[in-house]
Design a protein around this ligand. Structure first.
Ligand code: AP5
Length: 211
């Protein structure tokens, strides 16, 4: 399965990607996680991307396409992958087609904007393995500690309410047009992500024909 997860910031793409990755035994490739790691490590790409991330803007297309051009042709992607956060603009989607990246399905995770700010203000993320948690909706067994790897749970810098509003505006303007782009190609399916995480996971599996 070569799957794209579309959806607003905080719609639950990372949460559902983790579950699908386990179910299908294929990796999740998250451009957001790759970019945040590069910022943390202070690489050349990270230094270029840092300002965009902090402002809630998208990193330039050529930077992201450059990352994916290499990442998606690595060995662990041979049996498929889940793309969380790529493509995010029409030029990225067109570049992916030109590179021969054949997408089989695109899942649009639909959540209204008013739910997003509350979700992101309560999000915590593992500093080590990046697993997402929520203080109310998906708490770890021990406060502040990742269930999976024992890493420290932290808040993401771009989850400040003001930055979240900017990310939502960017999403509607630059990413939402991809819904039509993939609908026209007959690849789009939808799932509603407003219910509890387990119900959303069921809706996702149903939309993908996995149940
Ligand atoms: P990225 O890391 O991709 O962030 P995003 O798309 O904004 O999405 P999030 O990670 O914030 O949310 P999510 O949908 O994964 O939700 P989650 O599962 O964590 O990108 C960050 C930045 O990197 C961008 O702003 C941009 O600058 C740059 N970037 C990345 N890709 C790029 C690209 N292709 N081009 C250019 N720039 C790029 O869930 C959120 C919270 O809600 C969690 O706490 C979770 O526990 C909780 N939750 C999840 N589901 C539910 C539910 N059903 N009910 C209740 N709570 C839930």
């Amino acid at each position: 399965m070569r799957l794209v997860l579309l959806g607003a910031p905080g719609s639950g793409k990372g949460t559902q990607a983790d579950k699908l990755s386990e179910l299908l035994n294929i990796p999740t490739i998250s451009t957001g996680a790759i970019i945040r790691a590069a910022v943390k490590d202070g690489t050349e790409m990270g230094l270029k991307a840092e300002g965009y991330l902090a402002e809630g803007a998208l990193v330039p297309d050529d930077v992201v396409i450059g990352i994916m051009k290499e990442r998606l042709f690595e060995d662990d992607c041979k049996e498929g992958y889940i793309l969380d956060g790529f493509p995010r603009t029409i030029p990225q989607a067109e570049a992916a087609e030109k590179l021969g990246i054949e997408i089989e399905k695109v899942l649009d995770l639909v959540v209204p904007d008013e739910k997003i700010v509350a979700r992101l203000s309560g999000r915590r993320e593992c500093k080590v393995c990046r697993t997402p948690y929520h203080v109310d909706f998906n708490p770890p067994k021990e406060e502040g500690v990742c269930d999976k790897c024992g890493g420290e749970l932290i808040c993401r810098a771009d989850d400040e309410p003001e930055t979240v509003q900017k990310r939502l505006t960017v999403y509607h303007k630059q990413t939402e047009p991809l819904v039509n782009f993939y609908e026209e190609r007959g690849l789009l399916v939808r799932a509603y992500g407003c219910e509890e995480i387990a119900d959303t996971s069921r809706a996702v599996r149903e939309a993908l024909g996995l149940e």
